[in-house]
Design a binder for this molecule. Structure first.
Ligand SMILES: [Zn+2]
Length: 324
């Protein structure tokens, strides 16, 4: 069992399904909600195992072993990013007509946000009259991407995210004696993940993360007027591949500055020294709101350059407006 699996088995969504199984009260449909792709996919699989294993997910019995080997016939897993009407038709047909050993069959669909509205409506009909002995374990990045009519038929289970320490543990898993640099990078990625393992792993694997962090801090430090903006922005070489990473880093920087206002400075971020004096409390709060808006822009596929302009011009404006 990996460290991620071990942690997720202690999470509320997993424990709920395992407890329902043990008390013989499994629901027809569960919906696991988390914007952490790695955690959601893993949780859906673990919950399926808990539902199928006669002992609620012992990880030792024949059923669990077969599931671990991917050889259990009564478990169907769909982890596709896009799910069409045809895919749903196939799934429904399979759930009604394909026989199986044992008395329970589980269908996992971990990316409901990728199932379009037409397909969701088709899927709804099955949830309204579920086939005997079938349990659906669905996952979605957010509640709003699932039709209200489907939501009302599911037991909703929220995954609240990992702690910084837990993420650090996952990132450094298998390293008995990590060197100083590894610890430094893993700590930074864990802090910048904000509870989201997928985000932290992406930052940790990014060899240029440390460099990007320092670069962004230096740009923020030198951001004194709109005249200098273009010159500073050039250094970041903003494009579609790095804008989300930069927004995460910007959020981290300003959250850390906010924390230092409250006297809780984060260790291992020496670039930030002296920076918090330039911002007062309301300025930092406003900038963090601005970063959230920029993240929404990125989610709706806005041009990366426009997002960067909105962010940095916005920071200058907020600094100006909050000036006493
Ligand atoms: Zn088992």
């Amino acid at each position: 069992m990996t460290e991620t699996q071990r942690l997720l088995r202690e999470s509320r969504p997993y424990m709920t399904v395992a407890a329902d199984k043990k008390s013989g009260a499994l629901n027809h449909c569960y919906l696991i909600l988390s914007d952490d792709d790695v955690a959601r996919r893993e949780l859906c699989r673990l919950a399926a195992k808990a539902a199928l294993c006669p002992h609620g997910g012992c990880d030792k019995c024949e059923v669990c072993e077969k599931i671990n080997d991917g050889a259990y016939v009564a478990l169907r897993v769909n982890e596709s990013e896009k799910i069409s009407v045809d895919d749903v038709s196939e799934l429904i047909e399979d759930s009604y007509f394909t026989g199986f050993d044992g008395d329970l069959k589980v269908y996992v669909v971990s990316n409901m946000q990728g199932m379009n509205e037409k397909a969701q409506n088709k899927f709804l009909k099955t949830l309204e009259e579920p086939p005997e002995g079938v349990v659906f374990i669905l996952g979605a990045s957010q509640q709003t991407s699932v039709l209200a009519t489907i939501l009302s038929r599911c037991k909703k289970l929220y995954f609240e995210g990992f702690s910084q320490e837990q993420i650090f543990g996952v990132l450094t898993e298998g390293e008995d004696d990590p060197d100083e640099e590894t610890v430094r990078m893993a700590t930074r990625a864990a802090v910048c993940g904000f509870g989201n393992l997928t985000r932290a792993q992406k930052l940790y694997k990014d060899v240029a993360f440390g460099e990007k962090f320092s670069l962004l801090v230096s740009v923020i430090r030198n951001l004194t007027s709109t005249k200098k903006l273009d010159e500073q922005l050039m250094k970041l070489k903003i494009d579609k591949s790095n804008i989300d990473g930069y927004l995460d880093i910007a959020e981290t920087v300003f959250r850390l500055l906010l924390a230092s206002k409250r006297g809780a400075a984060e260790k291992g971020f020496e670039e930030l020294e002296g920076l918090s004096g330039e911002y007062d409390y309301p300025t930092l709060v406003n900038i963090l709101e601005l970063i959230i808006k920029c993240k929404r822009m990125s989610e709706s596929n806005c041009n990366p350059q426009s997002i960067a302009d909105a962010l940095f011009i916005g920071i200058l404006e907020v600094k100006y407006l909050c000036r006493k």
